[in-house]
Design a protein around this ligand. Structure first.
Ligand SMILES: [Zn+2]
Length: 335
C-alpha cells in the first residue's frame, strides 16, 4: 500500500509540474483528483486515500510554492517512511482489528477504539519500521452535574488537599512497595528495581486519575494553587515536588474539566499558607517560609481558629477563585 501511495504521489508530482511548465496551470487538489478518477481499481488503497494524496500534495505545493515536490522513494537507503492516508468512513474498527480497503490489520489498541467513531487519519511508519494507526475520533463531552466549588492546595506530604479536607496522600503510591524496593536496591537487582519503579509510577497515575475524575464529577469550578512562587519550589526539595505528581494532576484536571464544562483556574498561591482563612489576618505563629514547612497545624492568634495547614491554604485558594470569578482582586496582600 505504501508503494502505491508513493506511486500516486509521484504521478501527482509529474502531472502538476508538466501542467505548470507547459500551460502555466496551477491545479488544485480537486483538479488533480479528476485525473485520478477510477484509478482505485488498479491500486491496493481505496479512493479516499487517492483523494487525500492529491489534497496533501496540493497543500504542500502551496506551502513550498513549488510545482513539483520531492519524489517519494519506495526502496533503498533514501526510502520514504510509509504513509497511507484515508478519509472519514474508510477505516473501521472490527473485532480488535482495523478494517481498511478490504484488509484487516491487527493493532495494539491502547485507547479502546471500539468506543469511538473513527474519522480521517493515516497509517504511518517510523524509522524503526513500526507502523502506527493515527486517527481523529469524535468525543461526546460528558458534562459534569457537580455544583460544588473547591480549592486545591498542592503539597509534599499530601500531593493535594482540598478545601473540603479531602487528601491525596503521596505515600499511598509506594507504601506497600517501599520495603521490596529497598531490598531490591540493596541486592543490586537492577531489573527488579526497574519493575518496582514502574509499578509505583502506575499506582501514582491510577491514584491521580481516580482523584481528578471524582473532583470533576462533583464540582462546577476547581481552583488550584500555582506553586511557582512558593518557598518550596526554590529549594532542593523542588525535584521531589515535581515528582510528587503536581504536574500530572494539573494536566488531568485541565483536560477533564474542559471536556466536562467545569471551570478550572490556577491561582497565585502566595500567602495562602500564611493567611487565616477565617479572619483574613496573618497572625504571629503562622507557618511562614522554609521554617514553616514543618508546621502541620496552627491556631490563629487573631481569631482563635485552629487550622490544618493545607486545608487552610486550600480555603484561601478557593476564596481567591471566587474573587476571580467575580472579577475582583486575585492575590492576597503581603503585609
Ligand atoms: Zn484568624
Amino acid at each position: 500500500m505504501a508503494r502505491d501511495v508513493n506511486f500516486i504521489w509521484n504521478y501527482c508530482n509529474e502531472l502538476t509540474h508538466r501542467l505548470w511548465q507547459d500551460k502555466r496551470l496551477w491545479p488544485s487538489g480537486y483538479d488533480v483528483q479528476k485525473y485520478l478518477k477510477g484509478s482505485s481499481e488498479y491500486f491496493s488503497v481505496d479512493s479516499t486515500c487517492i483523494q487525500q494524496i492529491a489534497e496533501e500534495h496540493a497543500n504542500r505545493r502551496k506551502q513550498f510554492k513549488k510545482s513539483r515536490l520531492r519524489w517519494r522513494v519506495s526502496s533503498g537507503a533514501k526510502r520514504s517512511l510509509g504513509w497511507i492516508p484515508f478519509k472519514k468512513g474508510a477505516a473501521a474498527y472490527k473485532n480488535g482489528c482495523i478494517k481498511y480497503a478490504g484488509y484487516y490489520f491487527k493493532l495494539w489498541d491502547s485507547y479502546g477504539l471500539g468506543n469511538y467513531e473513527l474519522r480521517a487519519g493515516n497509517f504511518s511508519q517510523d524509522a524503526r519500521g513500526r507502523w502506527y494507526f493515527n486517527v481523529v475520533v469524535e468525543i461526546k463531552p460528558n458534562v459534569s452535574t457537580g455544583e460544588a466549588v473547591i480549592g486545591i492546595d498542592l503539597g509534599l506530604k499530601d500531593v493535594a488537599t482540598t478545601s473540603e479536607g479531602e487528601r491525596l496522600e503521596n505515600a499511598k503510591y509506594y507504601h506497600t512497595l517501599e520495603e521490596s524496593l529497598g531490598k531490591a536496591q540493596r541486592a543490586h537487582k537492577k531489573s527488579r528495581v526497574k519493575a518496582l519503579h514502574a509499578k509505583i509510577k502506575n499506582r501514582r497515575k491510577d491514584a491521580l486519575h481516580k482523584f481528578s475524575t471524582k473532583l470533576v464529577a462533583e464540582n462546577a469550578a476547581i481552583f488550584i494553587g500555582n506553586v511557582k512562587s512558593t518557598p518550596i519550589a526554590k529549594t532542593k526539595l523542588a525535584k521531589s515536588v515535581l515528582d510528587a505528581g503536581w504536574y500530572m494532576l494539573k494536566t488531568m484536571l485541565e483536560y477533564k474539566c474542559a471536556s466536562a464544562g467545569v471551570v478550572f483556574e490556577e491561582i497565585d498561591e502566595k500567602y495562602t499558607t500564611q493567611t487565616c482563612s477565617s479572619c483574613g489576618e496573618k497572625p504571629p505563629g503562622r507557618p511562614k517560609g522554609i521554617a514553616g514547612l514543618g508546621i502541620r497545624e496552627w491556631t490563629c492568634g487573631s481569631c482563635g481558629e485552629h487550622h490544618d495547614r493545607d486545608i487552610n491554604a486550600a480555603k484561601n485558594i478557593l476564596a481567591l477563585g471566587h474573587q476571580r470569578l467575580a472579577g475582583g482582586i486575585t492575590a492576597l496582600s503581603g503585609r
